[in-house]
Design a protein around this ligand. Structure first.
Ligand SMILES: Nc1ncnc2c1ncn2[C@@H]1O[C@H](COP(=O)(O)OP(=O)(O)OP(=O)(O)O)[C@@H](O)[C@H]1O
Ligand SMILES: [Mg+2]
Length: 310
């Protein structure tokens, strides 16, 4: 990835809280016009990384450049290029949607007719034009999330950072946020997106970075990650004594996943002895199908945890 095209460049970025190393030393570059998914189990360090990249949390070590500007040495230039949609809602309940956006727009240095036009645009983006003058206290959780997003894109930043933007929202709002991110990218925005929803990341993101225990454990396209971190193999369907067949296969290949009559084999060579061992138990092989790996498998292989996918 050529450095000149990086809209976000993190180098050795890390944070300690006392003795706790929240983030170790993250290196990550995001090319202009891409959507990058940042995945990791709870407590992996995603929010801390994003907060350092946005100038909200002071790093213990390393640097963060947004559009080439050092977040700590040239904060004004860096922050102009950056929109952050935080995990925790940052809205004033007693103010209307429009008043909230006016407040955030002023923070970004917008004023007058330009601010008014941007507010109308952002309300449209969030699908809240018809509720613009209602107090936020009357909004549903999903509407608040959408307004939170509108506040982060008001100044049309080059880089948009979203921290779990779809947690706890109804499917309709979730789809809306999802489509909004797509269309913002269509307008040239670069997006860093943390999520626990795998289909979302698979459908939306060009690249994925996975964190665990404060470290970046893998980064690449989904295809690259699936190829290098497994998840692929064969599903063998049998009839007969499944536990015996499973034990026989496990003696030659591990781990064997699946349950009941489906033995889920990892990618193994040679295959014939494993099949022979299964047949030697008296079981019959009814079908063999190849299993394409997916992001869930990669995540499991790298972190030992399942992606939350409620
Ligand atoms: N202000 C803080 N003070 C002390 N420890 C903190 C602070 N903020 C985060 N941590 C710790 O840093 C680690 C990383 O937390 P972080 O919030 O970055 O994780 P996360 O990947 O965003 O998790 P989640 O998926 O739950 O949002 C955790 O161990 C957390 O307890
Ligand atoms: Mg978080």
């Amino acid at each position: 990835m050529p450095a000149m095209a990086s809209v976000l460049a993190l180098a050795g970025l890390g944070k300690d809280y006392g003795d706790r190393r929240a983030v170790d030393a993250v290196d990550l570059e995001i090319a202009a016009g891409t959507i990058v998914g940042l995945l990791g189990p709870n407590g992996a360090g995603k929010t801390t990384t994003i907060s350092m990249a946005s100038g909200v949390v002071t790093p213990t070590r390393g640097t963060a450049l947004v559009d080439g500007h050092d977040v700590w040495r040239a904060p004004r230039l860096a922050k102009r290029a950056l929109g952050l949609v935080p995990q925790e809602l940052a809205l004033y309940d007693e103010l209307s949607a429009r008043q909230n956006l006016r407040y955030f727009g002023r923070i970004y240095g917008l004023a007058g007719a330009e601010l008014g036009a941007r507010i109308d645009w952002a309300l449209g983006v969030a699908g809240l034009a018809d509720r613009a003058d209602d107090p936020v206290s009357q909004f549903s959780g999903g509407m608040k999330r959408r307004l939170n997003l509108a506040a982060g894109v008001l100044h049309k930043p080059k880089l948009l950072i979203l921290d779990e933007p779809t947690v706890g929202v109804d499917p309709q709002s979730r789809n809306h946020i999802f489509e909004t991110v797509r269309s913002l990218r269509g307008e040239g925005m670069t997006v860093l997106y943390t999520s626990h929803y795998m289909e979302e990341v698979e459908a939306l993101c060009d690249r994925v970075a996975i964190m665990d225990h404060g470290k970046l454990v893998a980064a690449g396209t989904i295809d690259e990650l699936v190829t290098s971190h497994g998840g692929e193999g064969l599903d063998v369907e049998i009839s007969g004594d499944a536990p015996s067949a499973r034990a026989a296969a496990a003696a030659l290949a591990s781990p064997i996943g699946g349950d009941g009559a489906i033995l889920r084999l990892p990618e193994i060579q040679p295959l014939a002895p494993v099949l022979a061992a299964i047949e030697a138990t008296g079981a019959k092989i009814k079908s063999i199908s190849s299993r394409r790996g997916n992001l869930e498998g990669v995540f499991l292989a790298l972190t030992g945890k399942a992606l939350r996918d409620e």
